[in-house]
Design a protein around this ligand. Structure first.
Ligand SMILES: [Ca+2]
Length: 319
């Protein structure tokens, strides 16, 4: 009898657990602002976003440099992945001839799936007005689009749920291969390419989530993982293989660092990069510093590459 009771209790318990496990979390509404086309990690971040059921992607926007070509690259990538329904918008070109757009042939080849690309500021403000308090703006490039939003309409900007960025550098960074001395903190690319906009973001009152160099520079897509990922033969992994080779030819690098995908990974599973509340200020030289004061940011200072790669491969490396 006791055994029978145990069995009944276990079935009820398991039934509840299964029901609870199946209760879906409402997808997070996100807009991804990406300087895709220079470093290759943006393409890997887009792929992760598309393979993550935690997100409802409202749109992609392109900041910094040759924004039209970045928008064309997003257009082709999304169309070929069967997501021609997701809007693509573009910010102002800041320097269309900026060197480093090594994935230009991908951006300019293939098929266009959208007739035009609306202005990023108009697009994002419109989305915030439709979904006040619900949208996470994911910014994984320099921040001129964020600065433009704040300049145009800070009251609407403050109705974002939060802004999650890859950017900044806080502590000495150990050599990822365990060789050589740690690298001192430095003005990081996304911050130093628009310092004023970064300062406006951290002073805006909107909660900011930060994945700085500290927790992202060690995210190496090493050869074993890279071969396994790029041999999957899906639309997305074929695209990643193509742009990886363009990046490799353009930069003479071999091993990508997956800085930007960690922002998406954290949003899907915050245990991948535990955050610390901090009051962050951006100095005029582009350094990000932690100061005394009420926290304005949640910052992840440490992550584990193998745990991250298992997560990434489980998403993008599957059919
Ligand atoms: Ca980027």
């Amino acid at each position: 009898m006791r055994n029978a009771l145990w069995v009944v209790t276990a079935i009820v318990f398991l039934g509840q657990t299964a029901t609870q496990a199946q209760t879906p979390r409402a997808p997070e509404k996100i807009i991804i602002d990406t300087d895709i086309g220079d470093d290759v990690d943006d393409a890997f971040a887009v792929a992760l976003a598309l393979k993550s059921p935690e997100f409802e992607i409202l749109g992609f926007t392109a900041p910094f440099g040759d924004t039209r070509t970045r928008a064309k690259m997003l257009d082709r990538m999304l169309g070929e992945a069967g997501r021609g329904d997701i809007p693509v918008a573009m910010g102002a070109s800041s320097n269309a001839n900026l060197p480093g757009f090594n994935q230009r042939r991908y951006a300019e080849g293939g098929t266009r799936y959208r007739a035009s690309y609306p202005d990023s500021t108009d697009f994002i403000l419109d989305q915030i007005r439709r979904h006040p308090g619900e949208i996470t703006l994911v910014a994984v490039g320099p921040l001129p689009n964020v600065g433009a939003l704040i300049d145009r309409d800070i009251a609407t900007f403050r109705k974002l749920k939060r802004v999650a960025i890859m950017g900044g550098s806080f502590q000495p960074i150990p050599n990822p291969y365990g060789l050589g001395a740690p690298t001192p903190p430095m003005p990081e690319w996304n911050i130093k390419n628009d310092i004023k906009s970064a300062q406006k973001l951290f002073a805006s009152g909107v909660p900011v989530v930060v994945m700085p160099l500290d927790s992202t520079i060690g995210l190496k897509l090493h050869e074993v993982a890279r071969n396994q990922l790029l041999a999957q033969g899906t639309h997305l992994t074929d695209m990643l293989g193509t742009v990886y080779h363009m990046w490799r030819m353009g930069t003479k690098n071999i091993t990508p660092t997956l800085f930007d995908p960690m922002v998406l990974a954290w949003l899907a599973d915050p245990t991948l990069c535990p955050v610390t509340p901090m009051h962050v200020r951006v100095r005029d030289d582009g350094m990000t510093v932690a100061e005394n004061g009420a926290p304005n940011a949640q910052v992840c200072l440490k992550s584990d590459n193998e745990t991250f790669l298992r997560f990434y491969m489980g998403r993008v490396g599957s059919k």
